[in-house]
Ligand binder design. Structure first.
Ligand code: ADP
Length: 303
């Protein structure tokens, strides 16, 4: 079976508590509200592409607990192929998040995501081989990302690496094997150790990566849109003006949407324009996956 997109990466259950104040160590406090949501960068990106109608497979590890079972069910209900999803020994990855006003404190527990080790990918070579695009992030180990890049390279399948969360230890040789490298401006600054305040500075940092052999650098720059640089081309694709209420998961929606439009045959510039439009809609709604619209829900302007 072939897939438009295979996402190799994390899934996390978001456990969000609204708090009046953080308890001190050893203290118990009551909190007004709690809710759970499906998140994790890999799963978010797969979900966005699937919402838009792509045929998506996920290679991921869910936990052996109740949350793992729920996540597996969610993947299936979202139309995501789970033949590459296996059950780990640990609990599911979780992100307990404490929200006070407009400030968050977040704890990341990798759980079963840490069991997505490089050797696991050998079981799913066929899925990788029969995909039109492989999408990676850095919420699993870099070694697993490297192995994914190497397998995809072996089969001539293009890779998009979204280097989030930032990891300064990334090996540029592997980055240069990817078709697309898509940091946000902060991640770009961390990797290049260059200033990224102005668009000119962001362009200079992106060009530095191209000089190091990276094929297409796509920098997401929040409400300023996205910058695409390769050795022959430089283009700033402005974002859509919207009333933003919550930018959580915007970067993941952008990556998922770009992957969708690109594998549907759009040229890079058009796919980026559509990805900006998709991500702009998600910032007008609360949450990460809960804010990702289907193609039918997109406003006419943004199709
Ligand atoms: P991340 O979530 O990784 O920090 P960004 O903040 O750069 O990523 O946002 C990703 C994309 O989401 C942007 O390139 C843009 O398309 C869209 N976006 C983010 N914030 C806004 C906003 N306030 N208005 C419109 N689009 C936005």
């Amino acid at each position: 079976m072939t897939h438009d997109i295979t996402v190799i990466g994390s899934n996390m259950m978001e456990l969000s508590t609204d708090i009046d104040r953080m308890p001190k160590l050893g203290e118990t406090v009551a909190a007004p509200n709690f809710h759970m949501a499906f998140g994790g960068k890999g799963a978010n990106q797969a979900y966005a592409a699937s919402q838009l109608g792509s045929n998506v497979a996920m290679i991921s590890k869910v936990g052996s607990d109740m949350l793992g079972r729920e996540y597996l069910k969610h993947f299936k209900e979202s139309g995501i192929d789970v033949s590459g999803v296996s059950v780990g020994k640990k609990s599911n990855g979780v992100a307990p998040c404490f929200i006070q006003g407009n400030m968050n404190s977040i704890i990341i527990v990798q759980g079963a995501n840490s069991e997505l080790t490089p050797d696991v990918l050998d079981d799913y070579r066929d899925i990788i081989k029969n995909s039109r695009l492989i999408v990676l992030q850095q919420e699993i180990s870099l070694e697993t990302d490297y192995k994914a890049i190497e397998i995809a390279h072996e089969y001539g399948v293009p890779v998009m690496l979204n280097p989030a969360p930032a990891n300064d230890d990334i090996d540029i040789k592997h980055v240069a094997m990817c078709e697309f490298y898509s940091p946000n401006e902060t991640e770009l600054g961390r990797l290049t150790k260059m200033p990224i305040e102005t668009i000119e500075q962001i362009k200079a940092a992106a060009h530095k990566l191209v000089d190091l052999g990276v094929k297409n650098v796509i920098v997401t720059i929040g409400s300023r849109g996205a910058l695409w640089v390769n050795k022959d081309h430089e283009e700033l694709i402005p974002s859509y003006k919207v009333k933003a209420v919550d930018s959580i998961g915007a970067g993941d929606s952008f990556v998922g949407a770009f992957s969708h439009y690109y594998t549907q045959g759009e040229d890079i510039s058009t796919a980026l324009k559509h990805a900006n439009a998709y991500a702009a809609v998600t910032v007008t709604r609360p949450g990460s996956q809960t804010s990702y619209p289907t193609a039918a829900e997109l406003p006419a302007l943004q199709k």
